[in-house]
Design a protein around this ligand. Structure first.
Ligand SMILES: Nc1ncnc2c1ncn2[C@@H]1O[C@H](COP(=O)(O)OP(=O)(O)OP(=O)(O)O)[C@@H](O)[C@H]1O
Ligand SMILES: [Mg+2]
Length: 498
């Protein structure tokens, strides 16, 4: 049944490393998941498990020292990883919105809240520009993809060269003779790289030229189309305006006059709406969106600065700004972590409501499984850069299989006592040297010998439920999940059936 839903985003075998002074840090290790239309996928895991890095990769905003070492992120048939950062914003950026943990960092402290929303609204509402971008986007992406492929091929080769040079030069105790030989070899490899670079450019050149020519033509046609649309809309408006003006001149009663005037105003508004929106219209819409996200007294709040808002209200503003772009996908990275519990619940409710009203697909990131219960359709549990368990919300809450998921479930504070029941012992591993086998083994009392040696594959629990733990291997001894988890499941299932 899950398969019939439309996949809006698909992450496949994503691998992301970071260059650091201490070595290569493996932040995301072979992550795959799908986001379905209208659903919320929650990504849950402790600090450092790779949640934000994954979402930043989707947004195309990874730090400069990031290396995308494998995989793809498919959105509407395009691999987002192959679209350059600049183009990403132009072409697709308005389709995927993101809300960050700290609302202050995404607001400009010296610009009034209302102006920030209005500005975002105007940027996202230039209809002629949007129309133009839509018309050229396919050809633009194809051209940019070709360039990206070329650059990736060259980059890979350059990385190999750099690695070779670094390795050769780091060898200790080299004799002068050896050094000379190494230098010669390096020089040769450099020459080979230069040749490769030249050949690769030549290999892609023709195609790039062809695509560029097509793009130029498409751009020209798009300009004509947009201009024609504008002319058509303007002409239509002018005609109606003339008619109404005539009607106004011949109107006898003041009531009749008012009616025609109102019609004139409505025509004008429709006209501006068809092309772009005016500042006044943007402001009107900004106020409307402020209302939508639950800002009381928006007219007054419009003229205030971010510091005059509470944390929860600021988060609402950030959500409002994300919504000005009418995104199709909304990524929320720990949107409530900085807030206290009651405010947290309100923001979650708001996100749920907006999601339903706008039929958004949502990726919701949190370290707290407790938050997820009323949000998620599906849950991906992440540990040390990997998804260790993936399933529907019911499967993760009522039939969890990975010891790490058990640990997360054990550490949800109790609804009544609000007490954290069992903290997860130990700390996450150093991701410059990720452990062999199951990364969670060192912290798990269920770990077997093989967990320290070999990485567990994904075992299928159901069509929608997978877990990477050797406990699911037929040869594994049967173990029970922690009492605290099984008891909670028993109680909530009982509650459910009443
Ligand atoms: N620019 C960077 N350079 C080096 N390492 C980085 C960089 N950005 C992230 N990392 C590392 O990548 C790993 C994953 O980080 P990420 O921010 O995705 O964690 P997270 O799951 O979002 O955690 P949190 O709950 O703390 O937000 C961490 O070990 C982090 O230190
Ligand atoms: Mg994070």
């Amino acid at each position: 049944m899950a398969d019939k839903k439309e996949k809006v985003l698909s992450v496949n075998n994503l691998v992301i490393n970071f260059k650091t002074d201490n070595g290569i840090l493996k932040a995301v290790r072979d992550v795959s998941f799908d986001l379905y239309q209208g659903e919320t996928l929650c990504i849950v895991g402790e600090s450092g498990s790779g949640k934000s890095v994954t979402s930043k990769a989707i947004m195309g905003i990874l730090a400069n020292n990031a290396i995308i070492a494998g995989g793809n992120i498919m959105y509407r048939g395009e691999n987002l990883l192959e679209v350059s950062e600049d183009e990403f914003y132009k072409i697709r950026g308005h389709k995927i919105g993101m809300i960050f943990q700290d609302p202050l960092s995404s607001l400009n402290p010296i610009v009034k809240i209302g102006d920030q929303i209005t500005e975002a609204m105007m940027i996202n509402s230039d209809k002629l520009k949007l129309m133009y971008n839509d018309l050229i986007s396919d050809d633009l992406i194809r051209y940019k993809n070709t360039l990206a492929k070329m650059n990736i091929a060259i980059d890979n080769e350059r990385k190999k060269l750099d690695a070779f040079i670094a390795e050769t030069q780091s060898k200790e105790g080299r004799s002068a003779e050896q050094k000379a030989a190494d230098a010669k070899e390096i020089a040769q490899k450099k020459a080979e790289f230069k040749l490769f670079e030249k050949e690769t450019i030549a290999r892609f050149e023709d195609q790039a030229k062809e695509y560029k020519a097509k793009l130029n033509e498409t751009e020209k046609n798009a300009k004509v189309k947009v201009a024609a649309y504008k002319a058509e809309v303007t002409e239509e408006y002018n005609k109606k305006k003339k008619q109404l003006k005539a009607a106004l001149a011949s109107a006898r009663t003041s009531e009749e006059k008012e009616k025609v005037k109102a019609a004139l105003a409505a025509e004008k508004e429709e006209f501006t709406n068809k092309l772009h929106i005016t500042k006044a219209e943007a402001k009107r819409r900004a106020l409307k969106i402020m209302k939508e996200v639950g800002i009381p007294d928006p007219e007054r709040r419009y003229n205030q600065y971010p510091f005059e808002f509470s944390g929860g209200m600021r988060q609402r503003i950030v959500i409002a700004i994300a919504l000005t772009a009418s995104p199709e996908i909304l990524i929320c990275d720990e949107p409530t972590t900085a807030l206290d519990v009651t405010i947290q619940a309100q923001i979650l409710e708001l996100i749920n409501r907006i999601k339903a009203e706008r039929n958004l697909s949502c990726i919701f990131i949190t370290h707290d499984l407790g938050v997820v219960a009323n949000m998620a359709d599906r849950i991906a549990v992440m540990y040390a850069g990997k998804i260790v368990e993936y399933g529907t919300s019911d499967e993760i809450f009522y039939d969890p299989r990975h010891p790490y998921t058990w640990a997360l479930l054990s550490s949800i504070p109790d609804v009544d006592s609000k007490e954290k029941l069992e903290a997860i012992p130990g700390t996450p591993p150093n991701m410059i040297y990720p452990p062999k086998g199951d990364a969670f083994a060192a912290r798990s009392k269920y770990a077997m010998k093989i967990d320290f040696e070999e990485e567990p594959p994904y075992f299928k629990v159901s069509d929608t439920h997978y877990a990477a733990t050797w406990l699911l291997d037929p040869r594994a001894p049967k173990v029970e999940m922690p009492k605290i988890v099984s008891e909670r499941i028993r109680i909530s299932l009982e509650d459910k059936s009443v």
